[in-house]
Structures are given as structure tokens and as C-alpha cells.
Design a protein around this ligand. Structure first.
Ligand code: BGC
Length: 412
């Protein structure tokens, strides 16, 4: 008995000598998101580490980023934070991020990541972040029950979209479930820009911010089409959280929602089956294009050795095949790691995976502006504000909005 006891004490001491704590800042608080985050937590706990949850609610992460800034400024950074796209470079320049090269090398990240992704995870050639997934943003989620009630057909063009919206309205269903928050307004806007203008226009106008494309007849058409959608949303849309908008489609109270595939996480968490209880189609006019949004975690420099070890274990776990599968099955996204088996994934994810590869080849794989993938955060904030102002102000016409957009696009 005594020897068994002392043996287990020795075993315990071995685990705890290496066990650390990771405080992880994220904004995954909806049903599907929380299930996915739980997978990360349990993989850390399995390694003996303590997970300190630092969840800041608010879709799109604006609130989380504000809280993160104040924590870092006060010298109290978390071990890891959900930071993505060009913002990673902004944080790296502050000199506060840890170098993950040792883990990246041991786990062969260069070989198992698409280059378009690994480039974003590096600062001056060193890994400063680890990617989790690939979300497709240009999705339209639809309720087959609502469409049947309205005798409507799933749209593939914007003209068809408005025909379906009109039929849904006549059938007493809210045509479009929307949440009036600026990142959600922009999620809709960029889908319209991609569908109406095509991938080349999208890249020129919204990624390169080329003045001739920002102020153009195509942009005016994009703005007009975007604003027309508002007439098919309900009066409670302002301020509504995205997952509550998804719930309207889940219940068949609304016909459609334009949202990235984290919405699928909500349908699945509610026990709904794709192709039967809900439909996923590319937003109108964008079947051959793909707006990507890659979630990633940056690690902050820490002093405590056990916590540094925990941080590296977290980075390794995130890129591991097991985690990539279970997390993405819940999150609605697809694995970012190449050559993963997709047999457990549904048809929406399989389509996303196939289209990611195809659009990368054809040049129509574009970064999401709404989700911090394309432009510096200051520019992103300025153009998002204009788009939401235009959405909310029924007296502003498309020409006036375009002039404001042109000015905002110059924000550095
Ligand atoms: C994130 C997703 C998240 C969504 C809603 C996006 O910006 O990339 O992971 O589910 O916001 O909160």
C-alpha cells in the first residue's frame, strides 16, 4: 500500500513539474462556438495543464480586442489570444508576442499548412501565431420549410434572391435574418460586392483599396443592391446577435441568413441536419469564389517556464490532426491543416474544402474584410463605419455613401 501511494505521488509530481496554466482569450460563446472551444480546453487538460477561460462575448471579436488591448497595456497579457490576419503583424511589431518556431519546426507546420495561411502566421519569417481553421464567409443559410411555405427557390443570383425574398415576405416569413452590428452589416456587404462585382473587383476595391474601383459604377451597384436587402429584414434587426439571427432560420421564422459557416455550428448544436433541416449555398453570384476567414491564436511572451511549456503544448495541440477534426466538426469550419480526412464532415464542409482548393488555383480565393483578414484594423474600422452608416441612414444615397467610402479607404 505504502509503495503504491509513494509511486503515485512520484507520478503526480512528474506531471505537475511540467504542468502550467494557460489563460486563453477568445470570443467563442454561442452554442456551437462553446462546444468547439471545449475541445481545446479538454486537450490541454489531458496534458495536465490548467485552462483559464477568458471569454469575452461579442460576435466578430470587437469587444474581445478592446479588452485584450487594456490587459496588455497594463502588463497583464493572457498566455494566448484569438488574433487574426494583418492584426497579427500589428501586435508582433509591439514586441509582445512569443516566437513559436521551435514548436512549428518540430510539428512541421511549413509542410502541413497552405502557404497563403503560413505567411500570415509569420512575422519577419518567424511563427508568431498558430492557425485553427478555415471559415468560409460567403454562405447563404436557408430554411427549406420556409422556402416550401413560400413556394420559393434557392437563389443563385441577386435577382433570384429578391424574387425569393418577395415570396417569403408574402408568405409571412421574415425573408432575411439580420443582426444590425457593423461586422454583420459588412459580412452582407462584402458578399454583395463579391457576387455583383466578381473576385477581381472585390480584390481591387476592397483589398487593394484602389481609388478608381472604390468610386465606380460597379461600387454604386453594389451599394444599391446591399441597401435593397434591408427592406427584407425585420424591425428588431438592429443590435441583434448573429446567433439569434441564425436561430430565426433554425425555427423557420426567417428564410435566409448571410453569414460565415460558424452559423453551421449553431444549426448542428441545435441537432439540425444539413440538406434536410437547413441548406447551405454560396451567396448569390459567388459560387466560384471563396471569402476566407482563418482563426488563429497568438501567444504572448511569458516568464514562468511551466506556463511557457503549456503555451507550446497548446500551439502543438491546435495543429494536431485529432484536434483539427473534432474542433472543426463543431465549429462549422474546415481544418486548416492540409491532407486531412474529410469523411466525418458534412456536405457543406466538403464543398468548402473542395472550393478552397479550386479557388486558390483560379485566383478567386479572397480574404474577408469583415473578419479582419485583409486590411489594417484602422482602415477596416473606417470602411465598416461608412457601410453601417449607409445601411442605417435611409436618407443617404449610394453616391454619397461611395464618396464617404473613398475617404475612409484612405485611412492609415
Ligand atoms: C470568427 C469566428 C466566430 C465569429 C462569430 C468570426 O470573426 O472568426 O470564429 O465564430 O466571428 O463570433
Amino acid at each position: 500500500m505504502k509503495s503504491v501511494l509513494s509511486l503515485s505521488i512520484v507520478a503526480l509530481a512528474c506531471v505537475s513539474a511540467h504542468a502550467g496554466e494557460v489563460e486563453v482569450l477568445h470570443w467563442w460563446t454561442s452554442g456551437g462556438e462553446a462546444k468547439a472551444a471545449a475541445a481545446l480546453k479538454s486537450s490541454m487538460q489531458a496534458k495536465g495543464h490548467t485552462w483559464k477561460d477568458f471569454a469575452v462575448a461579442g460576435g466578430g471579436g470587437d469587444a474581445a480586442m478592446t479588452v485584450l488591448k487594456s490587459r496588455v497595456v497594463s502588463g497583464n497579457a493572457p498566455a494566448a489570444a484569438q488574433i487574426k490576419g494583418p492584426s497579427l503583424q500589428e501586435w508582433a511589431k509591439e514586441g509582445v508576442l512569443a516566437n513559436l518556431d521551435a514548436t512549428a519546426k518540430a510539428e512541421k507546420w511549413d509542410e502541413v499548412l497552405p502557404k497563403v495561411v503560413s505567411d500570415v502566421m509569420k512575422h519577419k519569417g518567424n511563427y508568431i501565431a498558430v492557425p485553427v481553421n478555415v471559415h468560409r464567409v460567403n454562405w447563404l443559410w436557408a430554411s427549406p420549410a420556409a422556402f416550401q411555405k413560400a413556394g420559393a427557390k434557392l437563389p443563385t443570383t441577386w435577382d433570384e434572391f429578391f424574387v425569393a425574398a418577395e415570396a417569403l415576405k408574402k408568405a409571412g416569413v421574415t425573408p432575411v435574418a439580420h443582426g444590425g452590428q457593423n461586422w454583420q452589416d459588412f459580412t452582407t456587404f462584402e458578399a454583395v460586392a463579391l457576387g455583383v462585382g466578381g473576385a477581381d473587383f472585390y480584390k481591387k476595391a476592397l483589398v487593394q483599396l484602389d481609388p478608381g474601383s472604390v468610386s465606380s459604377p460597379t461600387m454604386e451597384k453594389v451599394l444599391t443592391t446591399f441597401k435593397r436587402i434591408k427592406g427584407y429584414t425585420d424591425k428588431n434587426a438592429p443590435g441583434r446577435d448573429w446567433n439569434l439571427a441564425t436561430a430565426m432560420v433554425i425555427k423557420g421564422e426567417a428564410g435566409m441568413q448571410i453569414m460565415g459557416d460558424w452559423a453551421k455550428g449553431e444549426f448542428l448544436a441545435a441537432g439540425k441536419v444539413p440538406g434536410k433541416d437547413f441548406a447551405c449555398v454560396a451567396t448569390p453570384g459567388s459560387a466560384n469564389a471563396y471569402t476566407f476567414n482563418v482563426d488563429s491564436f497568438a501567444m504572448f511572451k511569458l516568464k514562468n517556464e511551466a506556463n511557457v511549456k503549456a503555451q507550446n503544448d497548446l500551439a502543438a495541440a491546435i495543429m494536431g490532426t485529432e484536434f483539427q477534426e473534432v474542433f472543426n466538426l463543431n465549429k462549422g469550419s474546415i481544418p486548416v491543416r492540409l491532407n486531412m480526412k474529410m469523411d466525418k464532415f458534412d456536405d457543406c464542409a466538403k464543398a468548402s474544402s473542395k472550393d478552397f482548393v479550386a479557388t486558390a488555383k483560379s485566383g478567386s480565393l479572397v480574404p474577408s474584410i469583415a473578419h479582419g483578414m485583409a486590411v489594417p484594423s484602422s482602415t477596416e474600422g473606417a470602411i465598416k463605419d461608412v457601410v453601417s452608416q449607409f445601411w442605417n441612414d435611409d436618407k443617404m444615397d449610394a453616391k454619397a455613401a461611395m464618396a464617404k467610402l473613398a475617404a475612409a479607404a484612405k485611412t492609415k
